[in-house]
Ligand binder design. Structure first.
Ligand code: HEC
Length: 113
């Protein structure tokens, strides 16, 4: 009897871990774009490669922003702790550190077409 309980415990743990990993992987992939639009980044930026269009005429395209940037730099830059060409970013990220991480991870996947 005891063995069966241990066995079921193990199965449940494995299923739970698998589900958890699945959810985390899913978020890191799909939610960066959502964080981007939720934070109105598209007011000033287009991301042509994923179909985000800005209404601003001089919006800069971030389609290949992941090419020569690092997670460390982007994280600091978006919190205005680092400068690009001697300038702060226009807006300081207002969301949580979790969201910023998801956002930066997503930005780094943008490497142009
Ligand atoms: C008020 C306008 C504005 C908003 C809102 C804005 N940005 Fe920017 N962003 C700029 C400007 C201006 C630059 C500077 C240089 C440029 O044109 O690429 C810039 C630069 C960047 C860069 C660096 C691009 C490079 O060439 O390396 C990234 C990454 C970036 N923004 C991401 C974001 C994200 C993510 C958001 C939303 C959280 C956001 N921006 C919101 C105006 C804005």
């Amino acid at each position: 009897m005891k063995n069966i309980l241990v066995y079921f415990g193990l199965i449940i743990t494995i299923v739970a871990l698998y589900g958890f990993a699945y959810v985390v992987a899913d978020q890191a992939d799909g939610d960066g774009k959502k964080v981007f639009t939720d934070n109105k980044c598209q007011m000033c930026h287009t991301v042509k490669s994923v179909g985000i269009e800005s209404k601003k005429s001089d919006a800069s395209d971030l389609s290949s922003v992941g090419k020569d940037n690092t997670a460390e730099f982007l994280t600091k830059y978006l919190k205005k702790e680092a400068k690009l060409n001697d300038k702060d970013h226009k807006s300081s990220f207002k969301g949580t550190d979790e969201d910023l991480k998801v956002l930066v991870t997503w930005l780094l996947t943008l490497k142009g077409e």
